[in-house]
Every structure is written in C-alpha cells, then in structure tokens.
Design a protein around this ligand. Structure first.
Ligand code: PEP
Ligand code: MG
Length: 753
C-alpha cells in the first residue's frame, strides 16, 4: 500500500479480509494456504516481504511462511521470545513500525533469510485472549514510513488470522504441535492451597464467532441500533437513580458513549471489513494497549471507562451469544488471565473454579484478597502463563510453593490427587476443633478473630469459629464497585455486616485506600511512592466529607448496637485527635436527628507507622484499643516494599528486633490497661502466631481459613515457658530465629501445619 493508498480508505483492506477468509476456508494444505496468505498480504500492502512467525514450544518464534525471504529459511529461522525485532513484537505484544529497521537496537540479523537488503519493517503480534500466537511482519527495500492506518490494517489482518487459528480454519501454534510435554512454570504465591483442573482462558465473558462481514452498511446499522439500546438503558438508569454520585457517574458514562473518537474508530474498523462485534473488540484491544503506555491517571481512568463501555456494547451486540464464559466453566476449571479485577473474578462460579493463574498480579492486589476470601489457590507473576498454557491443558496450581505444573504425567497427577484428598481430610479434622475453646495447654485464653472485607466472607467467619471480626477492611467493598457508595449504600452494607456476624463484635476500619488499594473510579494524582503517599486516614482528614459520610453510615448502621471504629495509618497523636473531632461532629448530628447512638462506641487505631512507637502513652490515653498492622509496620520498619516478592524473604518478622518491638508494645498496652491485638497476615501463620503469643499478644485477627490451624497450634502450646524463651531470643543479634522457634515447637509436640 502506498502512503496514498493507506489514506484512501478501507476498501482495499475489506477486499483483503474477504480474500483472507476465503483462503482460510479453502481446501489447500496448511502449508499452501499459509504461503498464499503471506503472498496476498505482501501484494496488498505493497511490501516486498511478508512473513508469518508462530510461537512454538520453548517460547521460540519459528518462521512458518514467507513471501520474499529465502524459502529455505522456513522452519529454520527461529527467534527466542524477545530476540530480534520479531521477538520484541511478540514479547511486548505490541506493533513495531520502523523506517530504518536495521538501526534498531533489537535488530538481529539472520543470514539464512537474506533480509539484509530490506530496510523498513512493520510487524504486529497475532493475539488471542491476550495471548501471543505469533507475529506477522512486512518488509520493504526502500525506506518507508508506515502510516498509523497501515499498522491498524495489519492488526486487523492479524486478528482475522488469530480467529482462523482459534476456529481451526488455519494451523496455529496448537495444531502445529505445541509441547505436550509436562512443564513446570514458576510463579509467585498470591494465596495458599493446591488446585487441580482444566485451563480456561479469561475472556471477559465474550465470544465472537463472526469476524469478517459481508455488508459493512448492515454492520454499521447493527452498531447504531446497539448503541441506541445501550444509551436508552443508560438513560433509564440515570432517571431511576436519584441525585447524587451514582447519577453523576452514570451521566459521565453516558457522555463517553457519545465519544466521537471512540465511535469513529469502531466505525472505521467496520468499514475495513470487520463485523460490528469484531470491530468493537479490536478497538478494545487497541485501548488496552494504549492504556499500558499512559501514565496520566486521569487519562488512564478514562480509557478504563471506555473499555468497560466497549464490553457493555459487545453484550448488546451479541445478545445471548455473548453470555459470560463464566457460565460455561467446566466442573473443575483453572482460570488463566494476564490480570483480573476482583469483580471479574466474582463473575465466575466459585464452585467450579479450582485455581487462578495470573501472568501479573501481586499478593496485596485486591483480587488476591477476594481469592483468599473464596479460599481459592492463586498464583501470579507466572510470566509463561499465556505462552505455555493452552486451553484444555490439565494444570496443577501449587499456590503454597508458587508453581504451576502444566500437563503433568499420570504418576504426578495421582500423587497430587492424593495430596489434595489428604488436605481435604485434614480440613475436616480441623473443622472438629471449631467449637473447642482457644485455650493454650497451660490454660491461657486467646481470642482468635477473622479479617474480612466482603459479604461473602461472612459465612466463612461464622464457620471457622472466630470470636468476631477483628478487622473489617471497609475499602474492599469500595474497590469492587463501579462508583463511590453514598451514605445510604454504605449504611445498608454495614448493617448487613453487623447482622451477618450474629452479634459477634466487628472492628470497622475506616477507608484505607491509596497505596496499592486503588479505587477504579477515583482519579487522583500518580505518586512516586504510593505506599508512603496520600493514603488511608491522610485522605480522610484532607477530604473530611468522605470520612464524615463513612462515620455517619457506621453510626446509622449500628442503631444502638456496640460499634468499634478503627483508624488506619495514623502517624501522630494530632491526627488521632482530628479523627475524634470528626467522629464527634457525626455523633452530634446523629443526636440532633434523634437517632439511637452506638452503645458502647469504642475507638481504636492501627499501629502501622513506626513514628507512633514514640507516642504510645498519649495514644493509649486517647483510645479504647489498638491493633498492630504488621504488614505495614514491617514494611516501614525495615524499609521493604510489602508487595515485592523479591524482597519477601529479605527480612524476617521472626527476628530479635521485631520480637523486642512486639514485647514492648504489649507491655506498654498492659501498663495503660488497653487491649492490643495484631491483625496483619502474620497472625494467620501458626509459627508466627506462636511467637506472637510468646510476646504476650492474646488477641489475633487473621484470614478466617487460618483460624483452625492457629487454634490447633495453640491448644498444644504452653505459653509460660515460651515467653521465657522469647525473652532470650529477643536479646540475640541474628538475622532470624525462625529455625530455633521451629525446633522449639517440634521438640514440644506443638503442631504447626
Ligand atoms: C496491616 O498493615 O497489617 C493491615 C492489617 O492492613 P492492610 O493489610 O489492610 O494494609
Ligand atoms: Mg495496613
């Protein structure tokens, strides 16, 4: 295509797509069809070369067909993922268009191809469900500046090829013999447990069967009808929702639905020969690719909204055919995705989902919190998840050790199935201790509480024998919503939590957003160091309306019941005083409105910021209780990012310094006569929990699923002698006392698993 041809419009491209479709459906052998396809693309794009590379076992891109390069290079030229320009396109899943390709730092010369005479290169990844299947590239002898329209046209071609491969019309990587060998893929544990099942690729619930359209006009009409239908349903939502934030969000959403740039791009894609649904999907994937490059949070959010809107439109276009993939899960499924939002995970049937594998993701991402609540084994940072796992593969997800076993052999499967059965039995055994008291072997009573954040946590809190909810993370329901909940919505939610906890105490922590906990609908400035940035109570104090509304909802929900409110990330006494003044304003308002006030109302703070350690007497004078947030406290104490798997083992919470700190905190609380608990993830690990009891803690809060194991541990433990041993360990100077504590437990028959 000359530059003029590129701007001429899409009629050439439409013709190309039809020819491609016919070629793919033709009777010739796979090899002949691929040869004709590359010939066709080279001709249509006015390029001297067109080459198709497919991803092969071992993350190798193999030249499968070419027009223009030496034919003997076919099946001989191979590039590792990331190697050369083609490898770069595949590794980044992004197009490249270079007028002077050989000057690019990634250029890798392969003599067998004879490509030294070609100066310019344009290549795009062949993607399906976010997975790279291969690369299609064109080259020109003369220097050529490829236009954006040309890249788009080639991407459209790649999309058609990908669908052809997925639909079996064209030999793709699977048909051309991917490794059926077992493989072990390293990953980072995001939750715990072992899950076995069949790989299912996350598709955000959309399946598109028809890609190439016969009649673009008809497709444009279908698009217009679906847009009108979507607009109408948005309008009726806007009318139904009263004034307030929900309405504002809907109106903004509606505004996006009229975004000309977005619509134009969809219409252009239809004119290029795609069906309306394929065009929307193509613009979706472009949006996603753009999103990855944008740092401005406002623009990013806007693109996220457009993406959501696109899915809404797809559902309108596809009607019943676009039903959620979630509904079609096999009985034992392992979900594979690049990344997932918490709401997306909740779309899947938890009874069928056995594990989740993410190519990205981190343990503190909210999707991990939801997975933990569902007791779903989940691993992340599995960089090969989208290249070495194929739909239908049998997988073992070992979230305890951070690995995925793909296509394991029969013997491995049997051993794992036995191990799973043993775990199931163990869980049943542990269920027996549910109603036994949490009392140590030497008669010390311990209060074991649950951390929660979603309504789906509540049945689990009831089943695990927790004494109450020691930490209710109010930000979690905020994170899984599309808009900021107003006071009424929050009141309803907190009331359901109080009612669902069967009268057991619940400690509501006020909003702890910021850092890694991002609200999808809230655009705030990007920070270089968000964990130490504008988060938690700092936001609440700077935006008092937000905090006031939340406290108002909590007071209303309690309706005379006991209410425990806890403020996160407090750094100084003055902040605590301001929180209390804001709470007093809300109590005054409630009184003026004639409401029944909470009784009793207890106020606490999290100890997460080390600066508080030097303000403890004044803190204890002002609060009714404190809870140690060991996740954040350790991160700030040791200056180590809590979300970094690389640093996760760098410093050990079971070190003399941390033990001294915990002992000192408990002693200070005892002196002041105020209750102290610990609610970081560490409380849920039997060995860590043992050490914490030895430091003097008598109240712990943890993920509900961990309570039986911790209770099992403490029922066999004598705290008295342990406290003396902890005194000794706290005086040491070593890196970690973990092994010594493990031996201590083993020698005394304390069960840690
Ligand atoms: C903590 O920091 O230990 C804590 C419990 O809070 P979060 O994990 O929600 O930051
Ligand atoms: Mg914290």
């Amino acid at each position: 295509m000359t530059e003029n041809a590129a701007k001429e419009g899409w009629s050439g491209s439409r013709h190309l797509l039809r020819q491609l479709r016919d070629l793919m459906k033709g009777r010739a052998s796979d090899e002949q069809r691929l040869d004709r396809i590359v010939g066709l693309i080279a001709g249509q794009t006015a390029a001297e070369v067109c080459s198709l590379y497919l991803l092969r076992p071992g993350d190798v891109l193999e030249l499968f067909a070419t027009k223009g390069l030496k034919p003997e290079a076919v099946h001989l030229t191979r590039l590792r993922l990331g190697e050369g320009l083609v490898g770069d396109i595949a590794a980044r899943a992004r197009p490249l268009a270079l007028a002077d390709a050989q000057a690019h730092p990634s250029f890798a010369y392969r003599p067998e191809t004879g490509e030294d005479m070609y100066r310019s290169l344009m290549g795009v990844p062949i993607l399906r469900d976010g997975r790279v299947l291969g690369v299609i590239a064109v080259q020109n002898v003369q220097r050529r500046d490829y236009a954006a329209e040309e890249i788009e046209a080639l991407e459209t071609v790649a999309m058609v090829l990908a669908e052809g491969m997925a639909g079996g019309d064209l030999a793709g990587p699977t048909e051309s013999g991917p490794s059926l060998q077992p493989a072990r893929l390293p990953a980072a544990p995001l939750t715990e447990g072992l899950g076995l099942g069949v790989a299912v690729m996350h598709q955000r619930g959309i399946v598109i069967a028809r890609i190439v359209a016969e009649d673009p006009e008809q497709e444009l009409d279908r698009l217009a009808d679906s847009l009108a239908a979507m607009q109408a349903s948005l309008e009726s939502y806007v009318e139904q929702s009263g004034p307030g934030e929900t309405r504002e969000v809907l109106e903004t959403f509606q505004l996006f639905a009229r975004d000309r740039g977005w619509l134009n791009r969809i219409q252009d894609a239809i004119r290029s020969g795609l069906t309306a649904e394929a065009a929307v999907q193509k613009v979706q994937s472009d949006t996603r690719a753009r999103m990855e490059q944008i740092v401005d949070p406002y623009l990013r959010e806007r693109l996220v909204d457009l993406e959501d809107l696109g899915y809404g439109l797809l559902r309108h276009l596809l009607g019943d055919d676009g039903r959620a993939a979630a509904a079609r899960l096999p009985p034992e499924a392992v979900l594979i995705a690049r990344n997932l939002g918490p709401a997306e995970l909740l779309d899947y049937d938890p009874a069928r989902l056995k594990a989740v594998v993410l190519a990205e993701g981190s343990p503190n991402a909210h999707v991990a919190i939801v997975a933990r609540a569902l007791e779903l084994p989940m691993v992340g940072r599995c960089s090969q998840a989208l290249t070495r796992i194929w739909p239908g593969d049998f997988l073992v997800v070992d979230a305890d050790h951070g690995q995925v076993l793909a296509r394991p052999g029969h013997a491995v499967r049997e051993t794992l199935a036995e191990s799973l059965e043993a775990r199931r039995r163990r869980k049943q055994d542990l269920a027996v201790i549910r109603d036994l008291p949490a009392v140590t072997a030497d008669g010390v009573e311990v209060s074991l509480n649950a951390n929660a954040g979603l309504l789906i946590d509540l049945p689990q809190v009831r089943d695990c024998g927790a004494e109450g909810i020691g930490l209710y993370r109010t930000e979690v329901p905020f994170m899984v919503r599309d808009a900021f909940p107003d006071v009424d919505t929050q009141t309803r939610l907190y009331r359901r939590v109080l009612e669902g906890s069967d009268g057991k105490p619940v400690v509501f922590r006020t909003l702890d957003v910021g850092g890694d906990k991002i609200l999808p609908y809230w655009n705030e400035v990007a920070e270089e160091n968000p964990a130490m940035g504008w988060r938690a109570v700092r936001i609440g104090l700077d935006r008092p309306v937000l905090l006031r509304e939340q406290l108002r909802a909590l007071i209303r929900a309690s309706e005379g019941r006991p209410l425990d409110v806890m403020f996160p990330m407090v750094s100084e006494v003055a902040e605590l005083d301001r929180c209390r003044s804001i709470l007093n304003l809300e109590l005054k308002l409630a009184r003026a409105e004639g409401r029944t006030l909470p009784d009793p109302l207890c106020i606490g703070i999290m100890i997460e910021v080390p600066a508080l350690l030097w303000q403890l007497p004044a803190v204890f004078e002002r609060v009714d209780f404190v809870s140690v947030g060991s996740n954040d406290l350790m991160q700030f104490l040791f200056a180590v990012d809590r979300g970094s798997p690389d640093l996760a083992r760098r410093y050990d919470i079971l070190c003399p310094t941390a033990l001294r700190l915990f002992k000192g905190l408990v002693a200070e609380a005892e002196r002041a006569g105020k209750p102290i608990s610990l609610c970081g993830e560490h409380a849920g690990q039997p060995l860590e929990a043992m050490a914490l009891l030895g430091c003097g803690f008598r109240t712990l809060s943890m993920p509900p699923a961990n309570i039986p194991r911790v209770k099992n541990m403490l029922r066999g433990l004598e705290v008295g002698p342990l406290a003396a041993y902890i005194d000794f360990l706290a005086g040491q100077t070593c890196h970690s006392v973990r092994e010594r504590l493990r031996h201590y437990a083993r020698d005394r028959g304390v069960i840690l698993d």
